[in-house]
Design a protein around this ligand. Structure first.
Ligand code: SF4
Ligand SMILES: [Zn+2]
Ligand SMILES: [Zn+2]
Length: 299
């Protein structure tokens, strides 16, 4: 197996690009894919203040590294979810990564600052853990981006994440979610920062390979709350399709972004009110996060 560029020994095969790469040319390929995505979707430029959601996993740490190597100044934000050793270890890995590179990492702590953990919220609200977790992450990361005047919230969703989410939304024809499934969600006047996903051209196995080849120490254990997560199941199914037809996953996602989105316009959000408790934008009197917090603290 030889590298497509230099004909030296390849270390990875990327079937959907009909290419094998040596270490250096794979790293270059990944940087090019991310730069192309930022450029094509006009995600941000050097003047924007960027805040990256960091989990300690391969995707967010790989993306932090890539953006730095591309010359962007990016701060990170880590949210401690209160998921036992998994959260503590992920925090350590994120802190070590940032310190070793002289990067700034904001840390927010769900149990210490809001009084509850993700497992407690899931049990009290009878939501799936990932749903309580996603709601908390969206709320707190938005709040921090707003308070600290960042222009852009950068997220590490990769190709597999986005294709599996699209698959889930299509299975249910969830028009509201399909209208919001975009590589860029613009900032709103009500205080939501612009949200962008520069990793959507990079598959999960490629971010893992990138992290290993770059010597990035990331959380390899899966979150203990992930068992039964339907998105993970859809990822497995899509990977089976990908084995038989390399490129099908990217074709599904980018076909939607090129030709499907027009059928699901990102309609103007309804006029948002401010939450009675926290003041964040909401379509009802009390925002979903404050309701989750109230139910959990009462339990
Ligand atoms: S697997 Fe679910 S609960 Fe665990 S970090 Fe991810 S979204 Fe949160
Ligand atoms: Zn090469
Ligand atoms: Zn609120």
């Amino acid at each position: 197996m030889k590298c497509r560029v230099c004909r030296q020994r390849a270390v990875i095969q990327v079937k959907r690009h009909h290419a094998n790469f040596c270490k250096d040319h794979f790293i270059e390929h990944i940087h090019r894919q991310v730069a192309k995505t930022i450029d094509e979707y006009k995600m941000f430029d050097a003047a924007d203040r960027l805040l990256l959601g960091v989990s300690g996993g391969k995707d967010s740490l790989a993306l932090w590294n890539i953006l730095n190597e591309l010359g962007y100044a990016v701060d990170g934000v880590y949210l401690h979810l209160g998921i036992g050793d998994y959260s503590s270890e992920s925090l350590n890995l994120s802190t070590n990564f940032a310190e070793a590179r002289g990067l700034k990492l904001q840390v927010s702590d769900l149990p210490a600052e809001f009084g509850f953990s993700v497992p407690e919220a899931a049990a009290a609200s009878r939501r799936a853990p990932c749903s309580a977790c996603g709601l908390s992450k969206r709320y707190i990361l938005n709040q921090i981006a707003d308070e600290l005047s960042y222009d852009v919230l950068v997220m590490g969703h990769n190709l597999d994440d986005e294709a599996a989410t699209l698959f889930s939304n299509v299975l249910r024809w969830n028009a509201e979610y399909l209208a919001r499934q975009r590589p860029v969600l613009p900032a709103t006047n009500e205080g939501f920062a612009r949200k962008v996903k520069p990793l959507i051209r990079v598959a999960e196995r490629e971010t893992a390979a990138y992290a290993v080849l770059q010597g990035i120490d990331y959380e390899v254990d899966e979150c203990p709350m992930a068992a039964g997560n339907t998105i993970n199941r859809y990822k497995e199914w899509l990977n089976r399709l990908e084995e038989d037809s390399p490129g099908v996953k990217a074709g599904f996602l980018f076909g939607f972004l090129e030709r499907g989105v027009e059928h699901f316009p990102n309609a103007d959000r309804p006029t948002l009110d401010s939450c009675r408790f926290c003041g964040q934008p909401t379509t009802s009197d009390v925002c979903a996060f404050c309701r989750l917090q109230a139910v959990t603290l009462r339990a």
